[in-house]
Each structure stands twice: as structure tokens, then as C-alpha cells.
Design a binder for this molecule. Structure first.
Ligand code: M6R
Length: 605
């Protein structure tokens, strides 16, 4: 959940460390710090809070170095103070860490008993202390290996050793770490984006690997200490997608990116000329017995929408569960099932663990991911990339709709393979899906209307989102978006559950967002709307033109999305709930792209 970067450069690194940390800030922004080998030895600069605070420190006290490391923190152990900001130091060692050292308490006790004095509340400092102790009797690489052998947990580390000014050490166990191969320069970073401004040639460390980088060279070793080759690959760079352009926030830009993003996604899974759907990778849907989806957060909700699409269309059972529960409860799995990990980042710790759990039991595996070089993408049998480009805003938007596009194509392809639809129906459904980008764009054009709704919702303390069928997961997503960026308490509910509890929340101060296109569920949703209004509830009704015509009178606000086939209603109705959360957050002055306590990539449990 933290971002790390290391540069063995031939030119000054201060500005480059900051450029990279800006790209990594999505992983955490509780504090930031850098360190470098200067003319007078190892120096570090640190600041609590956002990166701009560190930039202010550096403006006052520049770091003159051509080899250095940097860190942006999402706090796990110890509050986000300057003292707990990385890099951490002990004796000759200065290091940055992403992850959690699980046995830090016992190591700390042992090191303290030996007389070592700890400066911070972090788990990370034990690694620095341990390595410094090992350096007392061993050369750097041997000391590093001996240290790694003693720590348990999830970590990516980049280390400087005083007296070794041309070298950085790195290690990976869990959270990713990549090597960037420059021109006479070498880099270590949390991901390809971190080293992207300097090189597009990247190697991925495997779990258990450690590495020494020097000018123009990287020596990689596996957990046993044997040299291994991790070949460099060229990764595509898309700098434009990393910029906000004319938008105020990445989230706003990414909402507006969706028509184009979904078009790219859909193009990868359907043939527009023949109007056929195809999922590359050789999964035989005709004989597949079951799909198990594992995911977290918004990716979980996209997977839930997938269940609503795949089961009725393809008569293929789909189980879906949040990965943090799934991985620990010994679920009963059957051979003949396919596990699908859904993840924007491809690095979420719980999803990765759930995926590996299934793989270890012999299940075939697929990943629907955005980050092509991510751990999940590299570990599964089949990758189904979502192709929507880097998503920077912590609140997931364009990855969500792109994930739904992949699952919609999968539903059509599986339905055809299983003989549930004929070629004509497949072509009709594919053409419906191909219409989605245009209709999403029309939905985004409702922004002014949604901004008006936001002014009302921003005054609320609680907001309820209701939906039936595929609109139920979308209600969950609306509530998740609102709470994560505006800090307003929100609940998403299956509308049919209203009378089983949540109706008690209804009063004249609680906006109730009802998502109800004119589909087979509409009448029941309309009844729920009447029940809410009868109790003074202020309804924000998100529907389509037919739904508007048939709605009970009295909704406080109606947002009318374009008419569409039920297959793509979750795609078309996503933009209003995303825009609603966005504009509420803006009105409340919240930090839209970097909401408090959150991070984009959750690589710790
Ligand atoms: O990278 P992933 O898709 O695996 O991330 C999963 C969740 O952490 C993520 O969707 C989170 O819920 C978002 N902040 C929601 O907007």
C-alpha cells in the first residue's frame, strides 16, 4: 500500500524521485520521504502528509545525490508522523518498505534485548536494525539474505547501505517490485508506472527474489540465493493517460474516459464485423461447471453484476465472494470450475491470496485486470485485460465499467458455447454491447442534472441506494462511491430488503437513490418508491424514459438515462451514480482523488 522507488543514476535524482513518487501517490499519501548518497554521506528528507509537503522540505534543503530512494506511505504501524515516515535508518542501513512485517514484535523484542534502540513505531524499522546487525559480520548481499530469511510477512524493500554508494538492494515477497533498465542507470519501483518516466524496459521480480542494482547491471537471486534471470520486457507507456488534462480531478477525467475505454474493452472481446463474442484463452464454456469470482471493493461489485448477467444468459452457475472472506473459510470447491480474479490493480493482497488458494487446489484460473504486468496477470492461466488505461483516482470508475464490459462479453460467449442462444441472438446481443459506449457518453451528458441532485445530497448525513436485479450491485456501488470520497454515510440495499430493516431509516432528511430502468423489475421498484415517499423520503429516481413515464408521481428528482437493452443497463446507469458521488465530494471540498485513509492499491491485508 506504500509506493517505493530507487534510482542508481548518473545524474541528480532528487527531481526524478519526486516525479516517480507523484505516480506512486495513489498507493498511499500519509507521508513521504527520500534519501540519497550525498557528498557528506547518506542524507534523508521526510514530511508528514502529501508529497507537496516533502517538496517544500526539499526546496529548503535540497538533496544533492545521483543514487537515492523514495517512499510514499499508507500507514499500517504507527501514526503518519514525520518520525514514522520512510526511509528508516539504523546504523549503516537506510531503507523503504511496502507491506507488513508480521513477526516484527518478536524481532523487535530480541533486538531491543541486544541493546538496539528503536526510533519509530513502525514494523519496518526491525528490517533496518536486523540488516545493520547482520552487516556487522557479513558482506552486503549475504547480510541482506540473512535478514530476509528472518523476516516473515509481505514486503517489497529498497535498501541503501552506507559505504556502498553505487548500489541499491531490493527484495520482493508479496507486494510487487520491478527493475527498470535504463541507459547506464538502474531503477527499482513498486510498478512499471513508477519507473515509466525513465525507462520502458522492465523485469518483474518473483516472490522470494532479491536483487542488487548497480550502474547498468542488476543481479537477481531467488529465495535460495541462487542467481536467476528475470528477463526485461518492453512495457507500453501512455503518458497522456497519466495527466488530468483540462479536468480538475483524475476521477472526473476517468468518468469521462469511459466511452472510449469501454470501446477499447469491447473491441478486444467481440468482432464487430461478424458480431460474435470471443473470450481468448481457450476456456471451454460448454463444459465448464461453475465460475468462482473472487475480488474486493468495486471489482467485487463488477463481478456481482457479472453473476446477474452470466447465470440467466448462459445457465452457468457463478459464485462470487469478497476475497478476504473466501481465502480463510475453506470454501468447498469442485474441479471443473474456473476461478476468475477481478482486480483493477492485479495486486490486491486478498484477491491474490484467494486466487492462489484456488490454483493450489487445481482450479483453472483467469484474471480480469487492468494492470497488464501485475502479479495476477502473470500468475493465471488466462488473462482478460480490460484495456481502459491507467486509473489514477482512488475511486474506481472506468475500470468498473470496463470490467462489466468483459463480463458481458463473457456472458454472451458462454451462452452461445452452451447452446443457450443461437447465432442470431448472439449477433443481436453483441450489437447491443457495441452500442454501450455511445449510450454511456449520453449518460455522462446528464452531468448538469446530476450536479443539481448533488447539491441536495451533499446536505445529507445518510443516503440509501436501492435497486433490484443488476441494479442491486449498482446500488452497492453508488453507496461505496459516495462514502469513500464524500465521507457521507451511505448504504446500498436490494430494494426488496427495504421492509426488512432499512425502511426504518427513511425520513424527510434521508435521500433515497432508486435505480430502476423500465425492465422486468420496474413495477416492484416503483412500489418501493411509493413506500418510501409515503414515509416522507426524498427520492432521487434514476431511470430511463419509459421508467420516467411510468413512475409514481412525487419523486423529488428524476435523472433520465438513455433507453437501452437490459443487457447494458448496468453500464449505462453507472455514470449518474459516479457523477453524483463526484459532485457531492467536490461540493463538500473533499480530496476527491486521494480520500482520507484510502489507497488505490491494497497490497496488505
Ligand atoms: O485493484 P482492485 O480492483 O483489486 O481494488 C479493489 C478495491 O480496493 C477497489 O475497488 C476499491 O474498493 C476502490 N477504492 C473503490 O472505488
Amino acid at each position: 500500500m506504500c509506493g517505493i522507488i530507487g534510482i542508481v543514476g548518473t545524474a541528480p535524482v532528487e527531481a526524478r524521485l519526486i516525479v516517480s513518487l507523484k505516480r506512486l501517490e495513489y498507493r498511499g499519501y500519509d507521508s513521504a520521504g527520500v534519501a540519497g548518497f550525498t557528498a557528506s554521506g547518506v542524507e534523508r528528507r521526510r514530511a508528514a502528509g502529501k508529497l507537496k509537503n516533502l517538496e517544500a522540505v526539499l526546496a529548503a534543503q535540497p538533496l544533492i545525490a545521483s543514487v537515492g530512494i523514495g517512499h510514499t506511505r499508507w500507514a499500517t504501524h504507527g501514526p503518519p508522523t514525520v518520525g514514522n515516515a520512510h526511509p528508516h535508518q539504523a546504523g549503516r542501513v537506510t531503507l523503504v518498505h511496502n507491506g507488513i512485517i508480521e513477526n516484527f514484535a518478536e524481532l523487535k523484542a530480541a533486538l531491543t534485548a541486544e541493546g538496539r534502540v528503536f526510533q519509530t513505531d513502525t514494523d519496518t524499522e526491525v528490517v533496518a536494525q536486523l540488516l545493520d546487525r547482520e552487516l556487522g559480520s557479513k558482506p552486503p548481499l549475504a547480510a541482506f539474505k540473512a535478514t530476509l530469511d528472518q523476516v516473515r510477512g509481505a514486503f517489497a524493500l529498497v535498501v541503501m547501505i552506507d559505504g556502498e554508494p553505487g548500489m541499491l538492494l531490493g527484495a520482493r515477497n508479496g507486494p510487487p517490485l520491478v527493475i527498470g533498465h535504463g541507459d547506464g542507470e538502474m531503477f527499482l519501483g513498486s510498478d512499471a508506472l513508477a519507473v515509466g518516466p525513465f525507462t520502458n524496459r522492465v523485469s518483474y521480480l518473483e516472490d522470494g527474489d532479491f536483487v542488487a542494482i548497480e550502474h547498468g547491471a542488476a543481479r537477481v537471486f531467488n529465495q535460495a540465493g541462487q542467481p536467476v534471470d528475470r528477463p526485461a520486457q518492453v512495457v507500453p507507456q501512455s503518458p497522456a493517460l497519466m495527466e488530468k488534462g483540462n479536468y480538475r480531478h483524475f476521477m472526473e477525467k476517468e468518468i469521462h474516459d469511459q466511452p472510449e475505454g469501454c470501446q477499447r474493452t469491447i473491441a478486444a472481446y467481440v468482432d464487430a464485423l461478424t458480431a460474435r463474442a470471443a473470450m481468448p484463452g481457450g476456456i471451454d464454456f460448454a463444459v465448464l461447471e461453475r465460475i468462482q469470482i473472487v475480488a474486493c471493493g468495486t471489482s467485487y461489485i463488477a463481478g456481482l453484476i457479472g453473476k446477474y448477467l452470466i447465470e440467466p444468459l448462459a445457465d452457468l452457475p457463478v459464485d462470487i465472494e469478497v476475497a478476504s472472506e473466501f481465502r480463510y473459510r475453506q470454501p468447498a470447491l469442485r474441479p471443473g470450475s474456473l476461478v476468475i480474479a477481478m482486480s483493477q490493480s492485479g495486486e490486491t493482497a486478498d484477491t491474490l491470496a484467494a486466487l492462489r488458494w484456488c490454483q493450489a487446489r487445481g482450479m483453472r484460473s483467469a484474471a480480469v485486470v487492468n494492470a497488464a504486468g501485475s502479479t495476477m496477470a502473470r500468475e493465471v492461466d488466462v488473462v482478460w485485460p480490460i484495456h481502459c488505461g491507467p486509473e489514477i483516482g482512488v475511486a474506481s470508475t472506468k475500470a468498473f465499467t470496463a470490467q462489466i464490459c468483459v463480463l458481458t462479453a463473457l456472458a454472451i460467449a458462454a451462452a452461445r458455447a452452451r447452446g443457450r442462444i443461437d447465432a442470431g441472438e448472439e449477433q443481436r446481443l453483441v450489437r447491443v454491447l457495441l452500442e454501450a459506449p455511445r449510450l454511456i457518453a449520453e449518460s455522462i451528458n446528464l452531468e448538469d442534472a446530476v450536479r443539481g441532485v448533488a447539491a441536495e445530497v451533499a446536505k445529507a448525513r445518510d443516503v440509501l441506494y436501492l435497486g433490484r436485479g443488476p441494479m442491486y450491485p449498482l446500488a452497492l456501488e453508488g453507496a461505496l462511491k459516495l462514502k469513500e470520497i464524500s465521507y457521507i454515510h451511505a448504504e446500498g440495499y436490494a430494494a426488496g430488503e427495504l421492509k426488512h430493516g432499512p425502511i426504518a431509516l427513511v425520513d424527510e432528511n434521508t435521500p433515497i437513490v432508486i435505480l430502476a430502468p423500465f425492465d422486468s423489475y420496474f413495477e416492484k421498484s416503483a412500489s418501493n418508491m411509493s413506500e418510501v415517499m409515503a414515509r416522507g423520503g426524498q427520492v432521487v429516481f434514476i431511470t430511463d424514459p419509459e421508467g420516467q413515464a411510468h413512475a409514481p408521481a412525487g419523486a423529488r428528482v428524476v435523472v433520465t438515462t438513455p433507453r437501452c437493452d437490459p443487457l447494458i443497463a448496468p453500464l449505462v446507469m453507472s455514470a449518474p451514480i459516479q457523477l453524483l458521488a463526484y459532485h457531492v465530494a467536490v461540493l463538500k471540498g473533499a480530496d476527491v482523488d486521494q480520500p482520507r485513509n484510502l489507497a488505490k492499491s491494497v497490497t496488505v491485508e
